[in-house]
Design a protein around this ligand. Structure first.
Ligand SMILES: [Zn+2]
Length: 64
């Protein structure tokens, strides 16, 4: 776990594993933590395509 980083998504800190490119993002509807693939852009800004919560099925749109 030494390689884990923290990134900021939507103003909130998220755990991020650069090896798997998976971040733990919390559902806006039920607060369940979901593993979501996140890319770091050329300027270092994290980007993701949105995700469907594995617990409640709510679609979390990307912010920004
Ligand atoms: Zn949810």
């Amino acid at each position: 776990m030494a390689d884990e980083q923290t990134i900021i998504l939507g103003g909130a800190e998220c755990d991020y594993d650069p090896l798997t490119r998976l971040a733990r993002i919390y559902c806006a509807n039920c607060s369940e933590g979901n593993a979501v693939e996140v890319w770091l852009g050329d300027d270092g800004v994290p980007e993701y395509a949105g995700f469907v919560c594995e617990k409640c099925g709510f679609f979390n749109a990307p912010e920004g």
